[in-house]
Design a protein around this ligand. Sequence first.
Ligand SMILES: CCCCC/C=C\C/C=C\CCC/C=C/C(=O)SCCNC(=O)CCNC(=O)[C@H](O)C(C)(C)COP(=O)(O)OP(=O)(O)OC[C@H]1O[C@@H](n2cnc3c(N)ncnc32)[C@H](O)[C@@H]1OP(=O)(O)O
Length: 302
Amino acid sequence: MASVLRHSAKFTSGISSSLAACARNGTACAFPCHAFRHRNSSTSSKIRVDLDSSTGVAVMTLQGPPVNSMCMDFLTDFAISMEKLELDKNCRGLILTSAVPKVFSAGLDIMEMYGKGPEHATVFWRAVQEMWFKLYSSNMVTIAAVNGSSPAGGCLLALSSDYRIMADNPRYVIGLNEAQVGIVAPFWLKDNMVQTLGHRQTEKSLQLAQLYSAPDALKIGLVDKLVPEEKVLSTATETMAKWFSIPDHSRQITKSMMRKQTIDKFLSNRETDINNFANFVTKDSIQKSLGTYLAKLKKKKA
Ligand SMILES: CCCCC/C=C\C/C=C\CCC/C=C/C(=O)SCCNC(=O)CCNC(=O)[C@H](O)C(C)(C)COP(=O)(O)OP(=O)(O)OC[C@H]1O[C@@H](n2cnc3c(N)ncnc32)[C@H](O)[C@@H]1OP(=O)(O)O
């Protein structure tokens, strides 16, 4: 709870924060103040949200270096930001992107799963579920502007969005590589992938823990569009306009109809899934796999 309060994202007036920035720098404000009239920003330790009320588009920027890994603070910030946006009548669409060079998100923070007991695993997994659920069931139009590598939990963010735009860079990878880490994608994430790629492609992707380069991800339909890196955000904004041309109520009902089965299955198996995760991740053999994987990640640098 303390952590929730500590990291509670505070929406502040864009005008006052810009003025404050100008005042801090001791410079004259370079932008006319009316440019900020409709902007609201919130910043927490891991996530920044900028909502432009005049367009109805919020940009959520992941800003947790070195790799935007999803630790408890990240998950808490994410859930709070989503709740605020969902309740904000001025917000119709959300773009997810990263401020960390070359990485969209490295997925779950492995340190949250390594060397921890079942109580921690329970709290952590509930927060992971909540992240997926809030995004997958969002009323907003959600677009992932994937401007870097996006393995595992990073791919989860993209998969649960309505549309995925990725930087056209063959060095950036995306996919669900859980099996490589020695863990298993949960059933709701597997279902989410099946809806996107189909059963056969998902089976191959998950069993082989495949990470696809951006061009390969486009070929199999894991992302919808590739654009040069500097155009990822502007393309997401243009794409949003297309989705906004459909009346919200009919688009939202359609989305919820398409996603209902997966959501219902998730909700009725949620507690079992948490228990399975806590039992699974605390097993000696799984801890050993996680330890080996972590050591490999660290060794990469040496
Ligand atoms: C039968 C019952 C079944 C029950 C099943 C129930 C539940 C299912 C269980 C689990 C499901 C989990 C679902 C999701 C899982 C995940 O998300 S696991 C995370 C997987 N992620 C990865 O494998 C990515 C690993 N990272 C990378 O590949 C690279 O870091 C990169 C993202 C491509 C970026 O590369 P680069 O820019 O070169 O950065 P470095 O590799 O040098 O990394 C910088 C530092 O960050 C550390 N790090 C990287 N990723 C993570 C991470 N995910 N968690 C924690 N830390 C990470 C890395 O070690 C470096 O640290 P140092 O600077 O060396 O200290």
